[in-house]
Design a protein around this ligand. Structure first.
Ligand code: COA
Ligand code: NAP
Length: 272
């Protein structure tokens, strides 16, 4: 996947890049020869990913453990990446948390937790990285979700947070374009073998229903999202700015379909 693009000499930072989709994105940039930095809360996941990045062909690989809810820790971590690797050509902001819960039943703190990770985490990453973005030329990618534009039962917290993420994308596309910085959101489809997918469709039956709903007839792969990110970060996408783009096999053209309703029914039945 990565070898169709050449990112040699480029610095790529992936926040939340130590598992699932985001790790796949980081590895794709490593295969394309970039120097890649990743961060998440778990030092073990960071260490494992750094090893894999080097093995995949990254010109340089590094990682740090921090929580995106801590503004100063994010700013300090990004400064450390900058002092090792120089200006950021690509910044991917993808840290997120999710669990299914009905609004009437989740605590205020549960709702706040997802907003703090997904939305405030994005704010901390954008503000922390701003001084270190290459001008002109930086490409920022926020990893969003269909909850940003489609309502799903049991997902009010994620819907609110990811809608905010996409509005940050669209606003910064205006504010930062004069400095030569582009920003877009990518929206993964239903990606096989990922934590996010497992949390929303935890049973064989739910997974089967989702798969049958996807117009292209298969679940997504991590590489499907990584490919879109490589394109958006490349010079080929030099005039693409402020967009929210899905790699979903056409799934979201159907709206939230039966999945949202199934999550709601499962929670109401006490099986969520
Ligand atoms: N249903 C309802 N509330 C839940 C919940 C669930 N399944 N899971 C957590 N919560 C609530 C907790 O009860 C707590 O609220 P309280 O203080 O009122 O009791 C609040 O959410 C915070 O939970 P906590 O476990 O302290 O948060 P954390 O900071 O340790 O972890 C999460 C954050 C909850 C988002 C955790 O699931 C996580 O780390 N997720 C990352 C991986 C992930 O979600 N991947 C998918 C990405 S799409
Ligand atoms: P995942 O494997 O759980 O990845 C989440 C990443 O974020 C991990 O590296 C995690 O590492 C990190 N993270 C979580 N909370 C953090 C925090 N507070 N501070 C710092 N890092 C944190 O999930 P995934 O399913 O691949 O999802 C990745 C992204 O894709 C998310 O933005 C999600 O909303 C989006 N998405 C996924 C799907 C899907 O099908 N899976 C569909 C649509 C959108 P630590 O645990 O070490 O912190």
């Amino acid at each position: 996947m990565g070898n169709r693009f050449d990112f040699k000499g480029r610095t790529v930072v992936v926040i939340g890049g130590t598992s699932g989709i985001n790790r796949g994105i980081a590895l794709a940039f490593a295969r394309a020869g970039a120097q890649v930095a990743v961060a998440s809360r778990s030092q073990d996941k960071v260490d494992d990913t750094v090893t894999e990045l080097a093995r995949a062909g990254a010109a340089q690989a590094m990682g740090l453990a921090f929580d995106v809810r801590q503004a100063q820790a994010v700013a300090d971590g990004l400064a450390a990446f900058h002092s090792e690797m120089g200006d950021f050509d690509v910044l991917v902001s993808g840290a997120a948390g999710n669990f299914p819960a009905l609004m009437a039943e989740m605590s205020v703190n549960a709702f706040r937790t997802v907003v703090e990770i997904d939305l405030m985490g994005t704010v901390h990453v954008m503000k922390g990285a701003y001084p270190f973005l290459r001008r002109p030329g930086a490409s920022i990618i926020s990893v969003s979700a269909p909850q940003a534009f489609l309502p799903y039962e049991g997902q009010a917290h994620v819907c609110a947070a990811k809608a905010g993420v996409d509005m940050i994308t669209r606003t910064l596309a205006l504010e930062w374009a004069p400095e030569g910085i582009r920003i877009n959101s990518v929206v993964p489809g239903y990606i096989a073998d990922t934590e996010g997918a497992r949390r929303l469709a935890p049973t064989e039956q739910a997974l089967d229903m989702v798969q049958r709903t996807i117009p292209q007839g298969r679940l997504g792969a991590v590489g499907d999202v990584a490919g879109l990110c490589l394109f958006l970060a490349s010079d080929l996408a030099g005039y693409v700015n402020g967009q929210v783009i899905s790699a979903d096999g056409g799934l979201y053209q159907r709206g939230s379909g039966q999945l949202g309703q199934m999550i709601g029914n499962a929670l109401r039945a006490g099986k969520g």
